[in-house]
Write a protein of this length. Structure first.
Lengths: 94, 94, 94, 94, 94, 94, 94
């Protein structure tokens, strides 16, 4: 099992259709496209400058959207994961 | 539903006429142009270095103006949203 | 009405004669020239790392001088405004 | 009157002979040359991350030396001033 | 014995097969590949801005995954180690 | 008299032989060479983010070694001084 | 005697064989090589943002490993020293 440290999260990425429904390329290419995944494991939280540990807002099983170029790819036990910081997670899909 | 984390905000953008009333390009191009939208969901707030969570100043339904190149475009349930940090929001239109 | 967030200020800019009285270009061009305006609305203040909100030093009606390239131009209700952070304001003209 | 905000200082610059007594250019050009001036007005001080306001160390009338390229030139009421942060002031001449 | 300072960790790296099972190069080369190792020694922890020492989350013997280009190679007593900061460790393998 | 502000120090530099005893250029040119001087005046200290003033570690008359390219040259009363921050001082020679 | 300030350390460097035992150049040249030395003097410690002084973890006589390009070379009393910050020290060799 992968146990991330601090404010890091282990994510199993979800393949996402890159084309829009109408097949048209979006005009504003300056904006980055996000990626989806499922939280496999979450760290114990970030320690603030005052020495307090702040619990993470996501937990195992959460379906999340994150910045596409964030994190580090990790291959473990034959499967691929992405380890990123909670700050790279944009939103939880409920 | 998209539930943003921390100080992030989910916004439904509003199309805005790019030309001025007179159709004249503004002389001072060094200044960036803002964009408008409506807040769909707001995070739980930023955690300061002293470990305190500061509630966000905007909430669902607010009409906001934000920096044009801020945030990440997210396509969810057939609609497009923009997820950005509260700090990228310039003002609430009341 | 535009209600700025945090330490942001909405300003109605004032046109300012760019030439000096004698019409001579100033020799030291390394220094940036400021711009003038009137405060239309001020945010609720900046939140420090210790979670305390610090009230702004300017308020509606103040005549201020600010760094020329600061802020974002916002067109609202047919008029143009500039939204900037209080830190970009150099001084209040009394 | 110009009332600077926070840790900003309004200064009336003093012309300073740029040549050395012997007229020789200083060999170590990597070091920046300072400039002199008189404090016309001082802000209310900087607010620390803990929300405390720290009073400025200079006050009206002080003769100060500051980094040459610091600050913003402001023309007000026919006279030129320089507005800079206290941190750009190197020393008070007593 | 190597006793790391602060939030530093001494690691004995583990050789890791660089090819994927199918031998196919991963399409997204923008993401960095991690490296594995075993913790040989851990520092006394980071001191926060409030002067509190935060104990490290890893300890001797832990099998860890870290960012490939992190740290400094140290040759000691005929063996090679890597000294990095705990923040460069992505996860503990359990 | 020059009274430096905050964590600044006024130094009277000491000429230092640039060649080594043997006249050989040092092989590792990546490292910067320091300079010597005597403390003429020291500021009242740095104010931390918690609003506390930390007294300086050097005082008038101290013989100090500092980073060669640090600080600003000031000509005052016919003599040349260097004003730098205490953080640029490497050590006191006792 | 050289008395370093704050979190600085005076080190007498130790010559270290640059070749590996087998004489083979290490394949991963992206990683920096460390250097060894002995602590001659240590400062009084770093002052945190909360105004607390944190004692250093090394003391006179410690055999340390540090980042090769850290610090400033100081020639004092005919001998060469290196003054660096404690943060540049990777580990103490015990």
């Amino acid at each position: 099992m992968l146990k991330p440290l601090g404010d890091r999260i282990v994510i199993e990425t979800v393949e996402k259709e890159e084309k829009t429904a109408s097949g048209i390329v979006l005009p504003d290419s300056a904006k980055e496209k996000p990626q989806e995944g499922r939280v496999v494991a979450a760290g114990t939280g970030r320690v603030t400058d005052s020495g307090e540990r702040v619990a993470l807002e996501v937990s195992e099983g959460d379906h999340v959207i994150f910045s596409k170029y964030a994190g580090t790819e990790v291959k473990y036990d034959g499967k691929e994961y992405l380890i990123l910081r909670q700050d790279d997670i944009l939103a939880v899909v409920e």
